[in-house]
Ligand binder design. Structure first.
Ligand SMILES: *[C@@H]1O[C@H](CO)[C@@H](O)[C@H](O)[C@H]1NC(C)=O
Ligand SMILES: *[C@@H]1O[C@H](CO)[C@@H](O)[C@H](O)[C@H]1NC(C)=O
Ligand SMILES: *[C@@H]1O[C@H](CO)[C@@H](O)[C@H](O)[C@H]1NC(C)=O
Ligand SMILES: *[C@@H]1O[C@H](CO)[C@@H](O)[C@H](O)[C@H]1NC(C)=O
Length: 637
């Protein structure tokens, strides 16, 4: 027989329904004894909790968590805020369990996060409806009660009565009611219409991401939204969009309006889109956006068919700009040749007074078809980026000529040693710029992170480069030369660079082979005190990989992570590494052994290894799963 519900439960139920209907609860409710009130709060669905909190008399105490000091805090009110915050957190985690490893916000922000994410779900569902060819209604009347069961989440089991009695099935209700909580929004083309701007009037957008905007008809509504959000908007992103000259012009004009200094935009990003702009007639609004928006900190134009002409305009405009740009990302385009005029300007000694490059910390040029001439020009440009810390040149065919000077003429010059020819050779030497000369001429450079992955480098270039680094006192912390065919000869230079300052080295896929690992082991005589992580995967080192590692691990006291995957290591390597780990006093957290054949140990043995070697409760070894143990004994496809 079912137990009859208690009187308290019945009261809570009645209160819940009242709150769901948006009613202003009798003020006495808030005077209920603490335990009872807490019990009420803990059982309220989101919409009811929202109404409860909105009508709560001690409004000013909402600010308590964020430090509002004009709030008269009694222990009771403070406790109430804690209960409310933990209710919001509970509701959030219940609804989006997949997001539970998100960085914990301050307790008072769970409510905001809840409604922000809720609105994104509503908007996504509405966009699906609006994209159907048969759709012809108002955006605001789109029902959000369908697929995502949104009402069941915000009204709980009362959602049927909720549906009958309130307008909360419609998108407009949600945007208007919870709009003030909306700071970030992703919008699909179908919703980029004037009505959406009206519906978003109460929100204070800081981040706006637009997707699939490809038709001119969306431009005007978008500009309207930008103008409306101008005071708060800090980040704007376009993905899968088609941006014509006039489109870009309209966007930039909306961002800063008449008074260019009022824009607060900090991050402008175009990704996986296409830009269709005549380099001879780049829109002036775009130029003035780049050159005058002081707040701009990061600019990304990635994978968007950016060519050298536009890249040159962007770059030279930034040179003259008054912003404090710190991150420039032009990755995955084709800008080869873009800096050829830059050298001209600096050779003439007429560099502008702009300070954008002076503040640049991070430059990403991955995958841009850059060749050795581009690299040379870049090395020159680097001199004008005094605080650059990170440079990504990966995936560009710069070859050895991109990192060192190759002078083929001197022999010819000496043969004919007239004074004029000698002068000529002197000029050549002076003008030779390269990454190597950048380091030797700038011993105080802040550049700490350099990615030269897959740059068609050979062992000659890399040996010279590493040897140069080893002579400098202060140099790179993170270096990747992965995926260049360097071979075993590079081993000695690698060890000498490790003993200097490198903290993280990526030499995955450089063709070391067993010989390379033997060399590495032989040259390793001094401790490598700074090394934190090393990636030696895909080098087909076989048993020598394990031998090298068991020598390295005890000599690298700070080593935290090793990736030794896909090295054709046989089972005995694992035993060797176990011995090394037992004797080392290090801090190793992770040793990746996947893609090797060490698993042919009996299953029982490998689980006891996982048990013996742990760091903060996590196994240190990442072993190949037994089902994968019959994968080919090789890393080649
Ligand atoms: C990159 O651009 C250059 C010059 O604009 C052109 O010659 C080259 O074919 C382009 N490369 C690719 C892969 O598109
Ligand atoms: C740099 O100097 C050369 C020759 O002196 C001149 O032809 C060129 O126009 C100058 N470039 C700039 C950007 O001033
Ligand atoms: C090392 O290089 C590989 C291959 O280019 C890359 O996928 C990986 O992310 C890099 N790892 C580190 C730690 O830099
Ligand atoms: C090491 O490089 C490989 C690619 O060669 C990459 O897949 C892996 O993620 C890298 N390891 C780490 C720890 O970054």
């Amino acid at each position: 027989m079912r137990k009859a519900p208690s009187l308290a439960l019945l009261c809570i139920q009645a209160l819940k329904l009242e709150l769901l209907q948006g009613g202003n609860p009798v003020p006495d409710v808030y005077e209920l004894p603490s335990e009872l009130l807490d019990a009420v709060v803990a059982r309220l669905p989101a919409l009811a909790l929202h109404n409860f909190q909105t009508h709560m008399p001690f409004k000013r105490c909402d600010d308590y968590e964020s430090g509002g000091d004009d709030c008269l805090i009694s222990g009771r009110k403070r406790a109430r805020n804690d209960v409310l915050a933990s209710s919001w957190k509970g509701l959030f985690k219940l609804r989006w369990p997949e997001h539970t490893n998100l960085v914990e916000p301050p307790p008072a922000e769970w409510r905001q996060l809840y409604w922000e994410k809720h609105l994104q779900d509503c908007v996504d569902e509405a966009a699906e409806a609006a994209m159907r060819p048969t759709f012809c209604g108002r955006i605001g009347s789109i029902s959000v009660s369908g697929k995502y069961k949104i009402l069941r989440y915000i009204c709980h089991e009362e959602h049927t009565s909720c549906r009958q009695q309130c307008v909360c099935t419609e998108l407009s209700f949600h945007l208007q009611t919870f709009g003030p909580y909306l700071r970030c929004l992703r919008l699909l083309n179908a919703l980029c219409v004037t009505e959406t701007c009206e519906l978003l009037r109460t929100s204070r957008l800081q981040t706006l991401v637009l997707r699939w905007i490809r038709s001119e008809k969306h431009v005007e509504p978008l500009c309207k939204l930008l103008i409306q959000s101008r005071e708060t908007l800090a980040s704007l992103e376009f993905i899968h969009c088609k941006l014509s000259s006039s489109f870009i012009s309209a966007i930039c004009a909306s961002l800063h309006g008449k008074d260019i200094h009022t824009s607060g935009i900090q991050r402008f990003c175009i990704k996986t889109s296409s830009i269709d702009m005549d380099p001879l007639a780049a829109p002036s609004a775009f130029i003035s956006f780049l050159s005058s928006v002081r707040s701009l900190r990061s600019l990304h134009i990635c994978d968007s068919h950016l060519d050298r002409h536009i890249a040159r305009i962007v770059f030279s405009t930034l040179l003259d700009s008054s912003s404090d740009l710190s991150y420039l990302d032009l990755s995955e385009n084709n800008v080869s040749g873009w800096l050829s005029t830059f050298s001209w300007r600096s050779v003439n000694g007429s560099l502008s007074s702009g300070k954008s490059l002076e503040s640049l910390c991070k430059l990403n040029l991955r995958g841009n078809e850059l060749d050795k001439y581009d690299a040379e020009n870049l090395a020159h440009a680097l001199l004008h980026m005094p605080v650059l810390e990170s440079l990504d040149l990966s995936g560009n065919p710069i070859e050895d000529g991109g990192i060192r000077c190759v002078l083929k003429v001197p022999a010819f010059v000496v043969l004919k040693s007239t004074s004029a020819e000698l002068h000529f050779s002197y000029m050549l030497v002076v003008r030779c710029r390269s990454l190597i000369s950048y380091f030797t001429k700038n011993p105080n450079s802040l550049l700490a992170d350099l990615n030269l992955e897959n740059c068609e480098l050979s062992c000659c270039g890399v040996i010279e480069f590493l040897d140069t680094l080893s002579t400098l006192e202060k140099t790179l912390k993170f270096l990747s030369v992965a995926d260049n065919a360097l071979g075993s000869e590079v081993a000695e230079a690698i060890i000498s660079s490790l003993t200097v300052s490198i903290e993280s080295l990526n030499i995955s896929g450089i063709g070391l082979g067993p010989v390379g690992f033997v060399e590495l082991g032989e040259k390793l005589v001094k401790g490598v005190k700074k090394l934190l992580s090393i990636n030696i995967s895909k080098n087909r080192g076989g048993v020598e990989t394990g031998r090298f590692l068991s020598k390295l691990i005890p000599m690298a006291p700070k080593l935290v992570s090793v990736d030794a995957s896909y090295n054709l290591m046989p089972p005995e390597s694992l035993l060797m590494l176990c011995d090394a780990l037992r004797s080392a006093k290090g801090d190793l957290k992770r040793l990746d052994m996947t893609g090797n054949s060490c698993i042919s140990l009996e299953a029982g043995h490998s689980s006891s290894l996982l048990g013996e070697f742990q760091h903060s409760g996590e196994p240190i070894f990442l072993l190949p799963s037994s089902s994968a143990s019959h994968v080919p004994y090789d890393d080649e496809p």
